[in-house]
Design a protein around this ligand. Structure first.
Ligand code: GDP
Length: 199
């Protein structure tokens, strides 16, 4: 499950503008500030790659990165901007939902959840929406290093999140603990993805 090569392919404003080949892909999704860029950087170990999608104007687009010329990591716009007007949030959901419901090459959504905070309604809503629409998903908990200090209780936050989800799923989604600072969970996540795509 080694990443030898990563290239930025394109940014798309609509699902139907995404690359049209049939390579499998994994979509990375989460609240803004969840640590998505950091995780992509940790995965590919090339800083310039994820930075591409942090450039002004690119954060609201679907960004495709081709890995080893054989599969894609897709960086989706973050949701739940604290200060975004309601209209912008609606735009986000219409456009991203279009991607989820129409993208045949999507292997799974990697739903990033900040383990340093208690379960957030918006994350639960998102997971429930994906579940209801039968979109395969893996929970990727971020910032799992924040074990120490006041109010930082990743183990408990993760457990609570899982319990809230358990009511809604017959088969509980796979989950992985990560920390981009230490590289925790990196190899496990890569292995998990290679198993899902079957090569
Ligand atoms: P994005 O908006 O989802 O792309 O989030 P970023 O990757 O830009 O990270 C948001 C903030 O969380 C930054 O200040 C990061 O330094 C911090 N962060 C990201 N990953 C980790 C992590 O694994 N542990 C800790 N402690 N902080 C993290």
């Amino acid at each position: 499950a080694k990443i030898k090569e990563v290239e930025f392919v394109k940014s798309s404003g609509r699902a139907k503008d995404c690359p049209k080949d049939d390579r499998p892909e994994f979509a990375m999704l989460g609240r803004s500030n969840v640590g998505k860029s950091s995780l992509i950087n940790a995965l590919v170990r090339k800083k310039e790659v994820a930075l591409t999608s942090k450039k002004p104007g690119k954060t609201q687009l679907i960004n495709h990165f081709l890995v080893n010329k054989s599969w894609y990591i897709v960086d989706l716009p973050g949701y739940g901007f604290a200060n975004a007007p309601e209209s912008a949030r609606m735009d986000w959901s219409a456009f991203t939902k279009g991607y989820f419901l129409n993208r045949e090459t999507l292997v799974a959504v990697l739903l990033l959840i900040d383990a340093s905070v208690p379960p957030q309604k918006i994350d639960l809503d998102c997971a429930n929406w994906l579940g209801r629409n039968n979109i395969p998903m893996t929970f990727v908990f971020t910032k799992c290093d924040k074990m120490k200090g006041k109010g930082k209780r990743p183990d408990e936050n993760i457990k609570n999140f899982q319990e809230l989800m358990r009511e809604n799923y017959r088969e509980h989604p796979a989950w992985i603990m990560t920390c981009s600072n230490t590289g925790l969970g990196r190899d496990e996540l890569l292995l998990h993805m290679s198993q899902l795509r079957n090569f």
